[in-house]
Design a protein around this ligand. Structure first.
Ligand SMILES: Nc1ncnc2c1ncn2[C@@H]1O[C@H](COP(=O)(O)OP(=O)(O)OP(=O)(O)O)[C@@H](O)[C@H]1O
Length: 360
């Protein structure tokens, strides 16, 4: 904060509480500069999460408030993502400020699809993002991100350069093994291979590395949750009862190793019939809401069961890239913003409304 900060301006800026930040702008440390020059206020906001979609609204709110108080202003906003603490004693990974695990209590809930769109959503919001596909039992990121035939190169013979896909830096166990062959490695070898994949890559200045975790809560998952320096985890679930029971195990696993759970994503929550327009909760209603409440964790968003989500992910161009202005892409972006805002600013006092949207 500027040494000559104007206290009147700071007090006014503290009246603005964005739900993602949860506190006044000055109190949250989001004011990099607040001073007067030739009778005008010069305000510079700097957030700890990428906020491309928030920028104009927040600038507008600040300008409107200052105008109300008869102050002409020039307001700018940018972001610089800080590194947040990982589990005790783990050394941060070079080139990566924060690692976020995307996990699920069981297979087939759409975790990899959420992970791909989540990473692309962070990129669209203005962050530098990488993807580590650690889903040893079914590495699907090369296919989903449209780079199934690529291999990471290693010019120095030591570190591998991650493959670029839609602007993401990507490493996957799928680049190294034939994805058609079932994995028959045993636990310790799996974790060793994954740690090597993450450690032997030359990650280039990432705000976030998203890790697509193997599904479930067994030994491999637990070891990874202990050994990868994680800033936080996002849990994907379907509203089906049994899946949410599994999701609870996922939550508990991360809590046991002291990794903050940033929230839950409820996938395939709602289906809207393209012919008659009727909406149906195919797997039952409110599962994500109920674990969110019971375990004191945020429901980051609910995604519909949608043919376009499946077709776009399967064809190598996930929805956030394929249809960036679609409702579903905007929903992924909202989920991603909430997760990283939670990482940056902790508990937000205002509960977010849960959003459900229908497929057209
Ligand atoms: N919201 C959705 N609507 C429709 N289809 C979806 C949705 N989310 C994922 N899918 C589809 O469901 C299938 C399984 O998704 P995905 O591979 O992401 O699951 P997963 O949980 O990662 O599975 P596993 O853990 O077994 O690897 C894919 O064909 C994907 O395209």
């Amino acid at each position: 904060m500027n040494a000559h900060a104007d206290t009147e301006l700071l007090a006014l800026l503290d009246q603005i509480v964005d739900p993602l930040i949860g506190r006044g702008l000055a109190e949250a440390g989001a004011v990099a500069e607040a001073r007067r020059e030739d009778g005008r206020a010069i305000v510079h906001l700097r957030l700890d999460f990428p906020a491309a979609s928030l920028r104009d609204t927040l600038i507008g709110r600040v300008r409107a408030l200052l105008t109300e108080h008869g102050i002409e202003s020039q307001v700018t906003l940018d972001w610089a993502v800080r590194s947040h603490a990982a589990q005790q004693k783990l050394v941060p990974l070079p080139g990566i400020r924060n690692v976020i695990a995307v996990a699920s209590g069981k297979g087939g809930v759409g975790k990899s699809t959420v992970a791909a769109n989540f990473a692309l959503a962070l990129l669209a919001e203005g962050a530098r993002v990488g993807m580590l596909d650690a889903d040893i039992y079914g590495p699907s990121q090369p296919q989903m991100l449209g780079v199934p035939d690529e291999k990471p190169q290693s010019p120095d013979g030591k570190l591998a350069i991650p493959v670029r896909a839609h602007g993401l830096q990507v490493m996957s166990i799928g680049f190294l093994v034939d994805p058609e062959q079932p994995m028959i490695w045993r636990g310790p070898i799996v974790t060793q291979a994954l740690m090597q994949l993450i450690n032997d890559a030359r990650w280039d200045d990432l705000d976030y590395l998203v890790v697509d975790m193997p599904p479930g809560t067994g030994d491999v998952q637990l070891t990874l949750a202990q050994r990868i320096p994680l800033a936080g985890a996002v849990i994907v679930t379907t509203p089906q009862d049994i899946a949410t029971l599994d999701a609870k195990r996922g939550l508990q696993m991360f809590r046991r190793v002291e990794v903050p759970v940033l929230g839950i994503v409820e996938n395939m929550a709602l289906y809207t019939c393209p012919n008659c327009g009727r909406s149906e909760h195919v797997f039952g209603q409110g599962g994500g809401d109920s674990i969110a409440e019971r375990y004191d964790v945020e429901l980051l968003g609910s995604l519909p069961l949608s043919r376009s989500i499946r077709e776009q992910a399967d064809s190598g161009v996930p929805t956030v890239v394929a249809e960036p202005e679609s409702e579903i892409a905007l929903l992924y972006r909202s989920i991603a913003r909430r997760a990283v805002a939670r990482l940056a600013y902790g508990e937000a006092p205002d509960a977010f409304p849960s959003i459900e949207i229908a497929e057209d």
